[in-house]
Write a protein that binds this ligand. Structure first.
Ligand code: DGL
Length: 286
């Protein structure tokens, strides 16, 4: 009988999944996650006021990311996905190894680099993979290190693209100005090896540049973004972790928060997600 269910059980499955990015980029991952797992409740947080993270130090990215993760924990999320390569490269390890065991032993934080590294090698026949990311992600060497665990014979060629996130965050990704920087970074990557047959967009913002990137590469080169890869990996994680899955609310609700300007977020976010968004500001007004 429903009335005999203890209160703590009724209350236990009411929590949303948190999705975090420095800005809008994580929405490309969120889109795939929400398509694959529409039943759950989600809170998306974009730290647009402090974006881009790409050129910030390890310490700064860690501090900003931890603040946002703790904010999502306070909102009730037992599980937070860092839908940001820069935060995954610079902050995830410390959060998982230091902050969670010390302060939040029942919470989980997952990133986007490991699930991508687990599968990327399957997309390359030549065993030469190109990685395009922010300076922070590329300089961290996270991708070559992680890919070597799963595909030790693959060669990883990296290219930092520091202008791409600012172009996208400012809504200029379809402009002629964007063509110059797309061509420049693609040429620099492909100059590293003529054997590259697979390029990973290792920044969650970059899918918005796909039409322009495709104009610069041969059809033989596979262009990969992370949305589906991360969504598949989350499905697998929730199957393997019923202690987390059983805490999650399943009312198909989505909430959006930004540390930046709400109107700007609403306008840009709909481009990334393909649906109208009404966001709130994360900073509570007195
Ligand atoms: N979407 C973030 C990533 O995947 C962008 C980082 C930034 O803010 O520079 O790396």
């Amino acid at each position: 009988m429903i009335s005999s269910i203890p209160i703590f059980f009724v209350m236990s499955n009411q929590f949303p999944i948190g999705i975090f990015d420095s800005g809008f980029g994580g929405l490309t991952v969120f889109k795939s996650i929400a398509e694959k797992l529409p039943q759950y409740n989600y809170i998306y947080l974009g730290d647009n006021a402090r974006s881009p993270y790409g050129d910030h130090s390890f310490e700064t990215v860690y501090q900003y990311t931890l603040e946002c993760v703790e904010w999502l924990f306070e909102k009730g999320c037992p599980l937070v996905i860092l839908a940001c390569n820069t935060a995954s490269a610079k902050a995830l390890r410390t959060i998982q190894q230091v902050d969670l065991p010390k302060k939040y032993p029942n919470h989980r934080v997952l990133g986007v680099i490991r699930p991508t590294a687990e599968v990327i090698g399957n997309f390359s026949e030549s065993k030469h993979v190109g990685i395009m990311g922010t300076r922070g992600t590329i300089n961290s060497n996270s991708y070559p290190i992680e890919i070597a665990h799963f595909f030790p014979k693959h060669h990883v060629h990296q290219q930092a693209c520091p202008m791409w996130v600012p172009i996208i965050e400012n809504g200029e990704h379809q402009s002629e100005g964007a063509d110059y920087f797309v061509k420049k970074y693609i040429e620099e990557l492909l100059a590293q090896s003529s054997d590259i047959d697979c390029i990973l967009l290792a920044c969650t913002h970059y899918p918005l540049l796909i039409p322009k990137i495709q104009q610069q590469i041969s059809k033989k080169i596979k262009l990969l973004s992370q949305g589906e890869i991360v969504a598949d990996s989350l499905v697998d994680y929730l199957n393997r972790h019923p202690e987390i899955e059983s805490k999650l609310a399943k009312n198909n609700l989505k909430e959006f928060y930004t540390s930046g300007d709400v109107d700007v977020f609403n306008n840009h976010a709909s481009l990334f997600l393909g649906e109208r968004i009404i966001a709130k500001n994360m900073i509570k007004k007195p």
